[in-house]
Design a protein around this ligand. Structure first.
Ligand SMILES: Nc1ncnc2c1ncn2[C@@H]1O[C@H](COP(=O)(O)OP(=O)(O)OP(=O)(O)O)[C@@H](O)[C@H]1O
Length: 445
């Protein structure tokens, strides 16, 4: 069993004994701090799980210190122990309501206090266990549902091969993470991994970006430039949004896949390169082939090994873990008093259809952590109250997805003052994808 470590943080500058806490703390490994610096030191040294904040009657309450301290250690459960007159102050009440597990009026009743501290410790342990399961697993992804287990089993097999991989899945499902995982688990892990967003490179630059150019190949080519594929030599190139590659550029890629050779623009000698290709797309390439916007021969070259990343609505079991993981990752940005999710918020998340998949979940949780005014994030903070949920259940999937994307993009544009680069960065999109969505959704800029 872990030892139970308790910190007594007192507002009394010269306190050196735990007088406000009766014998109750006998079973604890306890320590006292009266300044933030000593509190930080003790917390790290003793792996503190429970903190008692002692607010003395005749000393001003150090709110700023307390807010920084409690926000810095969200894993600690805090209990306030203070005289009745201190507890009646409205600011103290607000601090307790937002931040603390419980409070006690001094002199404390030993039995009640012992019970509270025991419960606080139990809750800290439980939260630590939840945090541990909500960590990315061996492939750098969060999720333990059956569809994800199948995905991991496929990744295991695929990583050992050297054949091209086609990763399919809706936008925001984690295709880029999958591509990275394949590289990291392959024999090429120590070699370069180069990610290229085919949809983000202007059409007239695609050839020179992918294959490089020789000095003098065109006006402005003052020196030789190595292309993205050549610079991945020995490693992996990830061709994201391959479905957006213009038809005329597809033939060059086909040649590279067939012959493992490239030719720089303006060069006349084929250069042999050893690069594994992982390509991803959110468009249905079979349909694109049927519509003659994607070459059939290239499709078969890319589609040797195929991985499909499941949409979040097909693995709602993972939503809880993903939300807890997000909460941990973005905890430094959160509003100091926010401690977790309300039950209703978790229920709303597990009933929602997540048309924007994990990317949408991250954005909703991150926003709620900043905007929430309560200790526990509510369904409303996640913008998952009535209308959003009804839209997700009653409307078609396409309508719900458009609505969710519209809400998120509008909000992100607004908080980034319409700055496209910043908005794209925050949403985890390329600028071109963001422009495409703005046009598609007919958003005003
Ligand atoms: N299982 C997961 N665990 C943790 N993070 C995830 C998971 N799936 C996706 N993400 C995160 O969600 C965001 C979107 O993922 P990613 O960019 O890989 O999606 P995508 O399928 O490539 O989307 P697009 O088609 O729009 O490019 C990223 O921030 C990624 O880290």
């Amino acid at each position: 069993m872990n030892s139970r470590a308790l910190l007594l943080y007192s507002s009394e500058p010269d306190r050196s004994h735990p007088a406000p806490l009766p014998d109750v703390i006998q079973g604890w490994q306890w320590t006292i701090a009266t300044t933030p610096a000593s509190a930080h030191q003790q917390i790290h040294h003793h792996n503190v799980q429970v903190g008692v904040i002692h607010l003395a009657s005749d000393t001003p309450v150090p709110f700023e210190q307390l807010e920084t301290l409690t926000a810095s250690y969200p894993q600690i459960e805090w209990v306030v122990a203070a005289a009745a007159d201190v507890l009646t102050a409205i600011d103290v009440g607000r601090f307790i309501a937002h931040t603390c597990f419980d409070y006690h009026t001094l002199p404390a009743d030993p039995d009640r206090l012992a019970l509270t501290l025991g419960h606080a410790w139990g809750r800290a342990q439980m939260r630590a266990r939840c945090r541990d399961t909500a960590r990315p697993g061996q492939f750098g992804m969060v999720g333990e549902s059956l569809p994800m287990q199948r995905l991991y089993a496929n990744l295991e097999k695929i990583s050992n091969s050297d054949a091209p991989v086609l990763v399919q899945g809706e936008s925001g499902t984690g295709k880029e993470l999958v591509a990275r995982a394949i590289h990291r688990h392959s024999g090429r892990a120590q070699q370069p991994y180069i990610a290229v967003n085919c949809g983000a490179i202007p059409v007239n630059l695609i050839q020179s970006e992918l294959f490089g150019y020789e000095k003098g190949a065109f006006t402005g080519a003052n020196q030789r430039k190595i292309g993205l594929i050549e610079s991945a030599n020995g490693g992996t190139v990830f061709l994201d949004e391959i479905g957006d590659l213009p038809f005329e550029s597809q033939v060059m890629l086909l040649r590279f896949l067939q012959e493992h050779c490239i030719e720089r623009v303006g060069g006349h000698t084929p250069i042999s390169v050893d690069v594994r290709v992982v390509a991803a797309t959110h468009v249905n390439l079979e349909l694109a082939v049927a519509a003659r916007s994607f070459r059939e021969d290239l499709f078969y070259r890319l589609n040797v090994l195929r991985v499909t990343v499941p949409p979040l609505r097909e693995r709602l079991d993972d939503v809880d873990l993903l939300a807890d993981w997000c909460f941990e990752v973005f905890s430094s940005e959160k509003n100091a008093h926010v401690q977790g999710f309300s039950l209703r918020a978790k229920q709303a998340m597990s009933r929602y259809g997540w048309p924007g998949n994990v990317r949408e979940l991250i954005n909703r949780v991150r926003r709620a952590m900043v905007m929430s005014e309560s200790r526990l994030i509510t369904a409303e903070d996640l913008l998952l109250d009535g209308p959003a949920l009804e839209a997700s259940c009653g409307a078609s999937l396409g309508q719900a997805r458009d609505q969710a994307e519209r809400d998120l993009i509008e909000h992100a544009l607004q908080i980034n003052k319409q700055n496209i680069t910043e908005t794209a960065r925050q949403l985890g999109l390329s600028r071109s994808t963001l422009y495409r969505l703005i046009n598609k959704l007919e958003l005003k800029q």
